[in-house]
Design a protein around this ligand. Structure first.
Ligand code: NAI
Length: 338
């Protein structure tokens, strides 16, 4: 991979040219919830990213140990652990990117919306601090329900007068990662070459993979496409059930979160044509937030790309998801304003 190649060379690829680690731009990245199931492997993967110069690990407990451990890895970034609310400001000061996997995960039988009561408050508190200490940072929201936590963040930032819609992202990369893996299996193509956009939101039927746009192309039957769509939508639940009460996806999520943060860093550094799917403020449907392909740049979102041509099955899926996504967005906005 490019990360491994860069690490071997001790160099970072920026703008198509390579810089020695010393001359790559300074970038501070914070992980909030860094001692958790996602937080720990995500912190590890961010420590391996040569585009990061300062890695700030925050949690309400456990971060000194995680930070001491990760800090011994001989890569570019300096690692600091922060624990407890008193240290949140220091953790955030000067951040370019804040990644948020803080909050409770699902147990079998739970929907992502069942997490709302606990996670909404956690996200509100963390975003209030972001508005104060690093109002210009790109925020990568992982905490569920993403369909509601992103609107909560936007309202908190609006109230603080710091909202910039180009800088707020719901991380839906795991849906893309799953769609690629499952598609490659059925289409019998090299998984590393697969591209599949996933649009809508990040819960159940709001997750809409667009297999009609998947590349390399394959002639899959309607039955197979339906099964692939359902498996992508239920991928999180598949993991929750297999873990049988011990949480939800953490390792694949850490991978996906690291991939998305890397894309954000490349965008900030001026690398051209960085495109990822993300749940962002959007005008491509009647809803205020929607996941679609997004071009990333020096200020975050450079362009929200359209949906492209949909199959009849995908058009039905789009119609079906809008009411649920709308109510999840409204629930978040209402919570933030109460
Ligand atoms: P976990 O329970 O293992 O870790 C959560 C961490 O957050 C804990 O270390 C906890 O101490 C910390 N935390 C709690 N309150 C905090 C606060 N106020 N400030 C900072 N840290 C705080 O949970 P896990 O498995 O890491 O999941 C985290 C979140 O990510 C959940 O909401 C889960 O639903 C979500 N998730 C999102 C996915 C996505 O695709 N966007 C995929 C998988 C999980």
């Amino acid at each position: 991979s490019t990360i491994q190649a860069s690490l071997r060379q001790g160099r970072a690829q920026v703008n198509g040219r390579s810089f020695s680690s010393g001359s790559a731009p300074h970038r501070k990245v914070a992980v909030l919830g860094a001692a958790g199931g996602i937080g720990q492997p995500l912190s590890l993967l961010m420590k391996l990213n040569p585009l990061v110069s300062q890695l700030s690990l925050y949690d309400i407990a456990g971060t000194p140990g995680v930070a001491a451990d990760v800090s011994h890895i001989n890569t570019r970034s300096e690692v600091t652990g922060y624990v407890g609310e008193d240290q949140l400001g220091k953790a955030l000061e000067g951040c370019d990117i804040v990644i948020i996997p803080a909050g409770v995960p699902r147990k079998p039988g739970m929907t992502r919306d069942d997490l709302f009561n606990i996670n909404a408050g956690i996200v509100k508190g963390l975003c209030t601090a972001i508005a104060k200490y690093c109002p210009n940072a790109l925020v990568n929201m992982i905490s569920n329900p993403v369909n509601s936590t992103v609107p909560i963040a936007s309202e908190v930032f609006k109230k603080a007068g710091t909202y910039d819609e180009k800088r707020l992202f719901g991380v839906t990369t795991l849906d893309v990662v799953r769609a690629k893996t499952f598609y490659a299996g059925k289409a019998n193509v090299n998984v590393s070459e697969v591209n599949v956009p996933v649009v809508g939101g990040h819960a159940g039927i709001t997750i809409l993979p667009l297999f009609s746009q998947a590349t390399p192309t394959a002639n899959l039957s309607d039955e197979v496409l339906t099964a692939l769509t359902k498996r992508t939508q239920d991928g999180g639940t598949e993991v929750v059930e297999a873990k049988a009460g011990k949480g939800s996806a953490t390792l694949s999520m850490a991978y996906a979160g690291a991939l998305f943060a890397d894309a954000c860093l490349k965008g900030l550094n001026g690398v051209p044509d960085v495109v990822e799917c993300s749940f962002v403020q959007s005008s491509i449907t009647e809803l205020p937030f929607f996941a679609s392909k997004v071009r990333l740049g020096k200020n975050g979102v450079e362009e929200v790309l359209g949906l492209g041509a949909l199959s009849d099955y995908e058009k039905q899926g789009l119609e079906a998801l809008l009411p649920e996504l709308k109510s999840s967005i409204e629930k978040g906005i209402k919570f933030a304003n109460q």
